[in-house]
Design a protein around this ligand. Structure first.
Ligand code: PRE
Length: 279
């Protein structure tokens, strides 16, 4: 049994390199538009060979989509049109729109919506690492709508990646990811810009960047090709979360402006409760 990975970047490449270790599949096939990335993927040993998507649909039982979410919106309906007994797993970061788009497709059962909560700020095949998914969460979205055998095969892949599992509806998934993952990226992009645009001395940024700045600005290195489509697909939730975030910033702005340091202390103390959830 072969698996095809469509899009060999950080996620696709990391799946490939891990699955090559486990030997669960006979062959790991890479499907990749960019010739440069095709070469890198082969050189780095992330996949066994490169095929076109048309070829891969004939030679592979499992097709994993690890491309930006807007590209998944375009590609998935076309793949379902030609699917027979393959399992198509979408590993994108947003789910409501895509699930809505294919909800009445006759081959809906062959599709599994899954979101690995793992990643780094780096992208491309050279960013791939074998243990990226170990002990991280694979979120299945509306798994009960997939054919039983399709879900079982997708879950076998998750097991090979040594992940834990969680189940959600599309609405829950997109709302919670907006609150946890998407806002983190937005604040990091904004932080990087605030500093870059106001602190003109790059030398000083470099000299003063301790671990505080390093850790909060880490996500600002993430790819616009991945994140612009996420904000587009999850627009309503993202706007709601941004509004809440702006309120917090406005609140602390006013407290500091009014020299109400008791309120500042209280605000920080309240936020420290995050320690109970995240160590
Ligand atoms: O840790 C990071 O660098 C990530 O960007 C990983 C992260 C996240 O926000 O946690 C980013 C997007 C994916 O949809 C899942 C995981």
């Amino acid at each position: 049994m072969n698996i095809a990975i469509v899009g060999i970047g950080l996620i696709g490449g990391s799946i490939g390199i891990r699955l090559k270790e486990t030997n669960f599949f006979d062959k790991i096939i890479g499907v990749e538009k960019s010739e440069v990335n095709q070469k890198k993927a082969l050189q780095l040993g992330l996949v066994d060979e490169i095929q076109t998507l048309e070829e891969a649909m004939k030679t592979c039982k499992v097709i994993v989509l690890t491309i930006p979410v807007d590209a998944i919106m375009t590609l998935l309906p076309k793949l379902l049109d030609i699917a027979t007994d393959q399992v198509i797993i979408d590993m994108g970061s947003t789910k409501s729109n895509i699930l809505n788009l294919i909800k009445d497709h006759p081959n809906r059962g062959r599709y599994v919506a899954a979101h690995p909560m793992a990643g780094t700020e780096y992208s491309g095949p050279e960013a791939a690492i074998p243990n990226l998914f170990k002990d991280k969460m694979m979120v299945y979205v509306e798994a009960f709508r997939s054919d039983e055998d399709a879900f079982e095969l997708a879950d076998a892949v998750t097991e090979q990646l040594e992940m834990q599992t969680s189940f959600m509806t599309a609405e829950e998934h997109d709302m919670h990811t907006a609150y946890v993952s998407h806002i983190s990226h937005l604040t990091s992009f904004a932080l990087a810009l605030t500093v870059l645009e106001k602190e003109k001395s790059q030398g000083r940024i470099f000299e003063l960047a301790g671990s505080g700045f390093q850790s909060t600005v880490r996500l600002a290195k993430s790819s616009p090709d991945m994140w612009t489509p996420i904000f587009k697909q999850n627009r309503t939730n993202v706007l709601e979360v941004l509004e809440e975030h702006i309120k917090q910033l406005q609140h602390i702005y006013e407290k500091i402006q009014n020299e109400d340091y008791e309120a500042v202390h209280k605000w920080i103390k309240k936020s420290n409760k995050i320690k109970r959830i995240i160590k």
